[in-house]
Every structure is written in C-alpha cells, then in structure tokens.
Design a protein around this ligand. Structure first.
Ligand code: OOG
Ligand code: NI
Length: 265
C-alpha cells in the first residue's frame, strides 16, 4: 500500500491517462495548463472476498480516508460507498462492487474463476489500484459477461485502475456553471454521456454532474485484440448545504447514469 496520498493519486492518474488519451486534452482545454482540482475518482470491482470493495478501500483507509455513505443500484446489481479524506482538498473516492451472486450461474462461474487467478498478496501491493487485469480472458468469455452486465465486462477487460477522474468545477477558474463546461467540451468535439440528459442532478440535489463517453482503446484478449470503451472524464459542481458547507455526497440516481459512460452498446 502507498504511504503517501499524493503518490497514490499521481500513479492512478498516470495509468488513467494511458487508458484515456482524451483526458490530457480535456485537462488542457479546461485547465489551460493550470493544475485542476479533482472532485473524486471512481474504482470498480466484484464483491468476492479477495477483491471486494473493502479490499480496495483498505488502500485509501491506510491513508486516512473514511467511509461516508452507501449507495445501492438494484437494477445494475451494484453497491457502492464513498470515502473522504480529512484534508478536503484531497479527492473523494467512489468505490462500487458487482453483486456477483445475483447473476446467472454462468456469470458467477466466470467471475469466480477470474478472481481465483488473483494472487491475494497482489491485492495489498502498493500498485494494486492501478495494476489492471489479473486473469486470463478470451473474447467469447468477455461477450458472455457483456450480455448480462456492462459493468462485469468492463471490470473483466480492464481490471483494477481508476475508471474516471472528475474535474471539480467549483475549483475550475473561468467556469461557474456545468452548462459552460459542457459547451466548451462539445466545442472541443468531445462526446458527452447523454443518458437521462447531459446534466445529471440539480442544484436541489446539491450536485450536478456530466461526463464524456469513454475513450475506445485496443484491449488484448487471449485470442484477439478488440477496441473497447476504457475510461472517461467526469465534471462535478457541488452546492452548499444549509450550513454553508458544500455537499460532499453522491446522488444515486445520477451515479446510475454515470456508470453508462463505459457502455459498449
Ligand atoms: C461510477 C459511477 C458513479 C458518480 O460520480 O456518481 C459516479 C462508475 O462509473 O464506476 O462516478
Ligand atoms: Ni464519478
């Protein structure tokens, strides 16, 4: 595990921009060369004991992060938690996990077989959160997962790494609304996730979010190489609660749509 939170995020970012060529371009377009404050990052996994949400979370908890809220996504068969650092300038962390036992026997067998190939020690290693795939995977198996769950197929193909980084619009010089950010992105030819509308959430929910559709990159399976949606960039604008402090949670109905930024179909 990392002992320095900045080193962990630097390593996650390095892996993320390799998976997401457009991220560096978005960064340049919105940040104009200046540093950008991240609202949060997100990670995905399966709820099997060796690799579950808690196993990923331990890497952040060792750095002082604390679990703050739980979220359920019944239709997608996912659960999630978000974590915050005592230093509120550090990104929040959103970790979700697939409820494997709620899927078909076929999916359960495939996922259990993949997770069996993970070395338990590797899950505690410094690089685990950006270590990618730990299992053999052929394209037909990937397609079987995809038929049941976009999320399962994404984790199978990409493994452990940041699924997205999120620009904090609150800290982005020159922008006061999410519509301005979305307009700049569209003028830069980036494609936004339009599921349920380009803007997810509202001032009343204290959080507005938008995201690009994931880049497509070549993924090497055991038997062939195929272009698939990798990772995306998200944008978040938070509003103050009654006490004047910015809301720090997530909005399940919005998150449900953000997940679809990596959809293949
Ligand atoms: C997480 C989707 C939810 C948010 O900010 O609500 C999310 C994912 O796609 O893994 O990131
Ligand atoms: Ni997010």
């Amino acid at each position: 595990m990392h002992t320095d939170v900045n080193a962990l995020f630097a390593a996650l970012w390095q892996d993320y921009i390799e998976m997401t060529p457009s991220a560096a371009k978005v960064h340049k377009l919105l940040g104009k060369g200046e540093a950008i404050i991240n609202d949060h990052i997100a990670l995905r996994t399966f709820n099997l004991a060796k690799v579950n949400l808690e196993v990923l979370a331990a890497h952040f908890e060792a750095l002082g992060y604390v679990a703050c809220a739980d979220y359920n996504f019944d239709k997608k068969k996912l659960r999630a938690k978000h974590f915050e650092h005592p230093d509120s300038t550090q990104p929040k962390v959103f970790i979700s996990e697939l409820l494997v036992e709620e899927f078909s026997p076929q999916l359960q067998v495939i996922v259990k077989d993949m997770v069996e190939q993970v070395d338990a020690a590797a899950t505690k290693a410094e690089n685990f959160l950006y270590s990618g795939r730990h299992w053999k995977l052929d394209f037909v198996t990937y397609e079987k997962l995809l038929a049941e769950s976009e999320y399962a197929a994404w984790v199978a193909a990409f493994g452990y790494r940041a699924n997205h980084f999120t620009v904090s619009i609150n800290h982005l010089p020159g922008y006061t609304s999410i519509l301005e950010v979305n307009d700049t992105l569209k003028q830069g030819d980036f494609v936004l996730n339009a599921v349920g509308g380009e803007v997810k959430g509202s001032p009343a929910e204290l959080l507005e979010q938008s995201s690009t559709m994931a880049d497509r990159i070549a993924v090497t399976f055991d038997d062939k190489t195929v272009e698939l949606p990798s990772c995306f960039y998200e944008f978040a604008l938070r509003y103050p609660k009654a006490d004047g402090e910015l809301y720090t949670g997530f909005v399940a109905a919005s998150a449900d749509k953000i997940f679809e930024s990596t959809n293949v179909n």
